[in-house]
Design a protein around this ligand. Sequence first.
Ligand code: SAH
Length: 466
Amino acid sequence: MIHLPIFMDIKGRSVLVVGGGELAARKVEMILKAEGRVRVVAESLCRALGDLADREVVEHHARAFDAADLDGCLLVFVATDDEDLNKRVSALATEADIPVNVVDRLELCTFIMPAIVDRSPVLVAVSTGGEAPILSRVLKAQLETSIPTGLGRLADFAGACRDKVKAAIPEGPLRLRFWENFMHGPIAEYVLAGQPEAANNLLDDTLNKAISDQGVKPHGEVYLVGSGPGDPDLLTFRALRLMQQADVVLHDRLVPDEILDLVRRDAERVFVGKRRGDHAMPQEEIGRLMIRLAKDGKRVLRLKSGDPFVFGRGGEEIEALSSEGIHFQIVPGVTAANGCAAYAGIPLTHRDHAQSCIFVTGHAKDDNFDLDWEALIRPSQTLVVYMGLDSLPMLSEKLIGHGADPNTPAAVVDNGTRKNQQVVIAPLGELADAVAKANLPGPAIVIVGSVVTLRKRLSWFNPAVT
Ligand code: SAH
């Protein structure tokens, strides 16, 4: 994070503005909206500022800046064409520990102003760290269209009934859930639609019901969510929604921080990490933990890489849940094979190359493979091997031993869809050596079949291909 985002109460506090032009006027407008007291130091003023000075809305000193102008100021804005003056004010303010903003001069600023979407009291601030103000504006425009104009009304309504809700639902976690349902449900719809009376009636009914239900424990639930192979853009809307609702999240090593950062901030995080050959928490224990948390009334997010039902032990987990009568939801995710294939530019099927595609696990049990080799080496088929990085030498040997052509095109996609994606291409007979040389960190999948030759041709058109 380059800057600390804060919202500051400047009501009644002095803010110094050096400069009297249009840019200064825009800052003054903002300060006045937040009810700060403006002191402008400038030889002359533009018409908008002149008008405010005449009406004594701002205090104007028609002279050159003086160091003493900084005295008692909470913040300083500088908007002049005089480069030396800009630098001088910035240096003096910084020395006096007064936050300073010099318009369009990032290096002279100790704070910057975000682009904002104003639905007071709701404010959405967008910053690109001062690097790309146009991008901030584009984002702001997108937000303007997607955030309802009545959102401020909703915040006011929620604020006004906060005490009433607290009295009806004294228990913290239950109240939190009430508010979540409130925001997504019909009461909020009424408020947004400008029907406060209907909203109030429904609120009273809901609170009366909450009072009569007191002492009844809410139902816990488990969300078994596939988070895709790593790029957060590949999450589904449903995954994101449940990630925002969960009280506790159980995740393993394959789910990257970028995705975990999207889970509700105050949700408890439990790492149940599994590495190759190193099971941090045994599967049965994960199952027991989920059941205990759900019985406690928690909404448990079991975040899985890829898809929960593709080598994800999702089946075992829901069996454990059903046997205890726990409610659950399953959200599919983009499985590694699909994500890696797309981001590496390798189609899994193709009219001229492969009419079928087969997914297998390369995880050898006690160094022993129990795979149907004849089925894996069928012609016109793409073979995708999950968890095959460690066993790759043995795997290729077995495939070739059962009749696969050592020249069959093959690829290993490491950290597919992520920023550090690497692709190693080699004929099947040489793949293990090429991969050993590349020293890949994993996770990685192996793709075997003539579709791999299409990669070069397709990569021209796909910006995601590396
Ligand atoms: N449920 C997951 C698979 C879990 S098994 C899914 O549907 O994708 C773990 C294996 O998935 C890893 O050993 C690796 O083979 C593969 N994998 C997961 N994420 C990957 C990624 N970003 N790039 C390459 N392979 C990945």
